[in-house]
Design a protein around this ligand. Sequence first.
Ligand SMILES: Cc1ncc(C[n+]2csc(CCOP(=O)(O)OP(=O)(O)O)c2C)c(N)n1
Ligand SMILES: [Mg+2]
Length: 321
Amino acid sequence: MSDDLTGLLRAMLTIRRFEDEVLDLFTRNLVRGSTHLCQGQEAVPVGVCAALRPGDTMTCTYRGHGAVLAMGAPVDRCFGELLGRAGGLCGGKGGSMHFADVSVGALGSNAIVGGHLPITVGAALAARHLGTGAVSVAFLGDGATNIGAFHESLNLAAVWKLPAVFVIENNHYGEYSPLEATTPITRLADRAAGYGMPGEYVDGNDVLAVRAVARDAVRHARAGDGPTLVEADTYRQQGHSRSDPGAYRPEGELEHWLARDPIDRLTDAMLTGGRCDAATIETIRAEVTDAVGEALARAMSWPPPDPSARFDNVYTGQEGR
Ligand SMILES: Cc1ncc(C[n+]2csc(CCOP(=O)(O)OP(=O)(O)O)c2C)c(N)n1
Ligand SMILES: [Mg+2]
């Protein structure tokens, strides 16, 4: 992914457009199951992944479409996966909660809260053993910091000084519960102290601030100095999942956060700094809208997986049986 400002903008717009289209596809019943969208949180995966290099790896939650796209997974193959098409990332057999593209280091989204954190530690351990110099990043929710696997993973990564970065996407809710109803502290980065690793808090709607913190954490990990816990303060603009209208939100809260939309924050910074004019930004928006629309049309044209492929990739070396 390009890490100049227009590259960051394109990446965030692509995720926003993708998620808006996904909401539409689900509403039209063209995609089965449920989905968890990340509109409003785009600056976190885009800022962090801009600090990575090829060979680095990433795991994420069921709210992970944005993270997988930010790693560089092709947009059409992401749509194809949701639509259950053979050309999807996982042949159309995984869906929203099993998004993976190992070719770009996206090791997978996970439906089990915190379930991917030990996988991140394993990837970091593998990188250490193989001497690849790769860094392993995990995106997790605020709620996941109360899960046992969080504590076990951070502890092991710290004690072995593994090249890992744990990024909390603090969107202030776990399903329908506000953070304060489930968690006795408000600054989640403070939990890093329990593992003797650096804990960094960042405005998660400011992509440049996220990228700066991520660059430091990645440099620290790559230098052999161990993991960092990053808390990125953000907000999901949609409900928890497809069926959630978000009626539990206090009045005015959504509006408060919409006024801090991460995409608007970046375009404002680009315009104010004179780095870009309004016409250029409009052109980028139009190009992204077209590109995402074309990717969706391509994915829609793909066939479903062939029934003979139903056992492929179930067991290693058992393809086709
Ligand atoms: C181990 C486990 N427990 C409970 C659930 C049900 N569940 C699904 S999402 C979720 C909330 C997690 O909140 P958070 O970690 O803040 O992530 P967010 O959805 O806000 O991105 C819960 C409890 C689950 N999927 N896995
Ligand atoms: Mg949350």
